[in-house]
Design a protein around this ligand. Structure first.
Ligand code: URA
Length: 197
């Protein structure tokens, strides 16, 4: 069994948070184990909790369309969330849940070793761009070590707001060129600078 499958089994057994009692299924993540790009959302919703798979509801269908716009299928990337269990009633994740679950996401990133991490929404952005505002940094990237971090709006938010929809679709289209230039992009540039191309 692959290291990632073993890790995801460990995740599925986690009982650290109160919400573990209410979940139907854990949603560790899915996709290519050697993916170049990892998309990180917020938390499973109702559909994801039913199926144990990330982004399979309306936001997931939209994410699939966004991926298709750059010629990718979900099997070619890795899709995960900041927290792996559904918060009851789709409330926002609690700080303690984000803290408890952080180890799992970090281990997934170490195992997958992506070239690019794309944050979807505020909670995911806050992990990688602390203190930043999504309306300012969406569509911009920053290289740290060998990884490019790139912030986008959450597909669920963009589905319902026309202006965000345009933004998320445009931001998605920038990904292939960022990835193609991954090796030549300089480290630690401010997020804004990388968006100028
Ligand atoms: N929203 C998320 O953030 N993640 C999912 O898996 C589904 C919806």
């Amino acid at each position: 069994m692959s290291a990632l499958s073993e890790l995801n089994i460990e995740i599925a057994l986690c009982q650290q948070c109160e919400i573990a009692k209410y979940r139907n299924k854990v949603v560790p993540g899915e996709g290519a184990e050697d993916a170049d790009i990892m998309f990180i959302g917020e938390a499973p919703g109702w559909h994801e909790d039913q199926q144990g798979r990330p982004f399979v509801g309306p936001a997931g269908k939209y994410l699939d369309e966004l991926l298709a716009s750059i010629g990718l299928r979900r099997e070619q990337v890795y899709i995960a969330n900041v927290i792996k269990c559904r918060p009851q009633g789709n409330r926002d994740p609690l700080p303690v849940e984000i803290q408890n679950c952080r180890q799992w996401l970090e281990r997934q990133i170490e195992t997958i070793h992506p070239k690019m991490i794309v944050t979807l929404g505020r909670y995911s952005m806050a992990m990688f761009f602390p203190g930043k505002s999504i309306s300012k940094i969406h569509g911009t990237a920053q290289k740290r070590g060998n990884v490019i971090y790139y912030a986008m709006y959450h597909p669920a938010a963009a589905l319902h707001q026309q202006s965000l929809r345009r933004a998320i679709e445009e931001d998605m289209l920038k990904i292939p060129s960022l990835l193609a230039r991954a090796e030549v992009i300089k480290e630690e540039q401010e997020p804004e600078q990388l968006s100028m191309f």
